[in-house]
Every structure is written in C-alpha cells, then in structure tokens.
Write a protein that binds this ligand. Sequence first.
Ligand SMILES: [Zn+2]
Ligand SMILES: [Zn+2]
Length: 265
Amino acid sequence: MARVQFLGTGNAFSPAGRMNALVLIDEKILVDTPPTLMPQLRRENISPAEIEHLLITHWHADHIFGFPFLMLDRHHVSDPSQERNLTVHLRPEGRELLESITELGFPGSVEKGTLSVVKWNENEITNLENSDWKFERFKVCHTPETDPHGYELTHSNGFVFLHTGDSGPCEEIDSRAGRADVILVEMGVPNFVESPHHHTPNDITALAERFPNSKILVTHNFASSELERNGFPKPKLSNSIMQLEDGDEMIISENGEIKFVNKNT
Ligand SMILES: [Zn+2]
Ligand SMILES: [Zn+2]
C-alpha cells in the first residue's frame, strides 16, 4: 500500500483556502519545499526529521523557499544530533542555490555541518532508498531560468504516478502520460492568461481527452478552494478530472486500485 498526501494545492499566489502545492508520499518523500512547508507538516503531525527524500522540481520561490525552515528545524529541534538521513534529489547547481538561500535566511544559524550531512543526488534516475519508489526526472515546459522538471514515480507494484511539475503542455509529458495510472498537473493560470509555461483549464481538458485511461489530478490551482465563498471561482472541468483540495489523500492498494479520502471535510 502507498499513500500520497496533497498537503497544499495552491499556486504561487496562495488562493483562498489553499496553501502552496506540496506532495508527501508515504510520510517520508516530499516533492518541493514551498514557503508554507512548516505549517503544512505540523498540521499532519509530521516531524521534519521524518523526511528522508526531497525531490525538487524547479527554482521558483513557491517551490523552494521553505527549504531553510526545514533545515533550521532539523538542526535545532527535530534532529540536533544529525542522525537522520535526508537525500535531496535535484538538478546540477541546485545545491549551491539551496545553500545560499539557507545562509541568506538564517545566517550563521544553520551551520554548514547540517547541510553537509545532507546527501545531494543529481542522477536523473534513482531508486529511493528505504522506500518502494523509484523515479525518472524529465524536462518540462516552464520558465527556462528555473530549470523545470517533473518526476515519473514508479512503485514496486508497478503503479505509475506522473508528477508533471510546474509546466505548460509539452511533448515530454505526453510521451509518459499514456503509461501513467495517475497524472498530477499544476494548473497555474486561468484560460484568459496566455502562457506556454502553465497549464490552463482548457489545456487540462485537452490532456484528459488525449489520455482517457489515466486519472488526472489538478493541483497548484489558481482558483480558490471550493470551501471558500470569496476569491477566484473554480473552473468547471469534466467529472473525470479531480481538482484537489488541501488535505486530500490518495491511497494506492497492492493491486493498484486507488481511493481518495480527506479527513478535513
Ligand atoms: Zn509554482
Ligand atoms: Zn514555477
């Protein structure tokens, strides 16, 4: 069995009722470290020291600016003797970038030692140690300066979870979407915004029509949560597409069946 928790489902603007997009797998694999990371972990009673793998998609602030807080907590509170493993999976030059925002945010407070116990992995294909998952990282279509990537995650039972990162439609996603059981797509902007670097509601409808056998989940939503009366209304999408809410969870059984729960609603 595997568990994928959607601890945040909002884009960079934190629409009403949503924190920044954040995925937690099996309580120890994180995809990205948004600025709202710490309250998101606290709300689920997950200690920062429990995170063993961190997969980074790209260098936008809503995806990485929580990193210094993760390290500050591990260093001073949850793992002061530095016994717990943390591997950060990222693109070349990412280590320097994450070290520099940590030093900028908490100068002198997160000693170099804390960051030197982190393992830095730049391989594009990796079996995640002490877990049932492996990944393949792939390039996506987003602001080029952020070196944007997605992750194709495969469970040992064969289940494929395609995290397409922050991206507009692109061939690299389509080449993998057909074999994915579940495709997670970031819907950063509404239809009236013309940007090749983000999926709009119309782009997601078209993706669902091209890949009718894959379950499509929407995160990084520009629209407010359905629990909020104010803010940007949620676009209407076909019933086969699920616009996630914060706190949604996907449970994957051994035979690959999925079910969704949300203990907040
Ligand atoms: Zn983003
Ligand atoms: Zn982005």
